[in-house]
Design a protein around this ligand. Structure first.
Ligand code: FES
Length: 174
C-alpha cells in the first residue's frame, strides 16, 4: 500500500509588529482618501458652481419717494437701474452703456450721464448725444403693484430707436 503525500501548504506567517503598523497606515490612508473624495463631491453638491445674479424684478418704493426732475441712483449698484421722475412720468433706465457696456455716471450739475470708458454722454431721458454710443440707454418695464409700489422688471426692455418708449409698460404715468 502506497502512501499519498499531503500537498505542502506553506504556513501563514504571522504579521510582525512593524508590518502590522505599515498595513494599518496604508489602510487609514486609503480610507482617508476615499472620505476626502466623497467629502469634495458632497461639497460640490451643496455648493454648486452657479452664478448668483441680482434679482431681475424688484420693488422700488412709492412714486412719492421720487422727486420730479431728479435721477435716483438708489438702485444703481444693486440692480443696475436709475429711476427718473419727469413731469408726468416715471421710468427706469438701464445703467449699461450702449457702446461697450460700461456703467456711466450721473452728473447732476451737468444734467447728463457720462460714460467713463469712452466718453459717451446721455441726457436724463437716456438719449445719447455725444461719444461713440450708437443708441440711447434702454428702459426697463415698470409698473405699480396692488399696494401702489413701483415694480421694475428687468426681463423686459424698451428701446427708443424702435419706438418702444411710447409703450405704456415702459413708464408709469404720474
Ligand atoms: S462703453 Fe460707454 S462709451 Fe464706450
Amino acid at each position: 500500500m502506497t502512501q499519498e503525500k499531503n500537498p505542502v501548504i506553506s504556513p501563514v506567517k504571522p504579521l510582525d509588529r512593524r508590518s502590522f503598523i505599515k498595513w494599518l497606515a496604508i489602510g487609514w490612508t486609503a480610507f482617508a482618501a476615499v472620505v476626502a473624495g466623497y467629502g469634495s463631491l458632497l461639497l460640490r453638491y451643496l455648493f454648486p458652481n452657479v452664478l448668483f445674479e441680482p434679482r431681475q424684478s424688484f420693488r422700488a418704493g412709492y412714486p412719492d419717494e421720487y422727486e420730479t426732475g431728479k435721477v435716483s441712483e438708489r438702485f444703481k449698484d444693486k440692480y443696475g437701474a436709475w429711476i427718473v421722475r419727469d413731469p408726468g412720468k416715471i421710468y427706469a433706465l438701464s445703467t449699461v452703456c450702449t457702446h461697450l457696456g460700461c456703467t456711466p455716471n450721473w452728473l447732476e450739475s451737468d444734467a447728463k450721464f457720462k460714460c467713463p470708458c469712452h466718453g459717451s454722454g446721455f441726457y436724463k431721458t437716456g438719449i445719447n448725444f455725444e461719444g461713440p454710443a450708437p443708441r440711447p440707454l434702454e428702459r426697463f418695464k415698470i409698473m405699480l403693484d396692488d399696494e401702489g409700489q413701483i415694480v421694475i422688471d428687468k426681463t423686459k426692455k424698451f428701446q427708443q430707436e424702435k419706438g418702444e418708449w411710447s409703450d405704456p409698460e415702459s413708464y408709469i404715468a404720474v
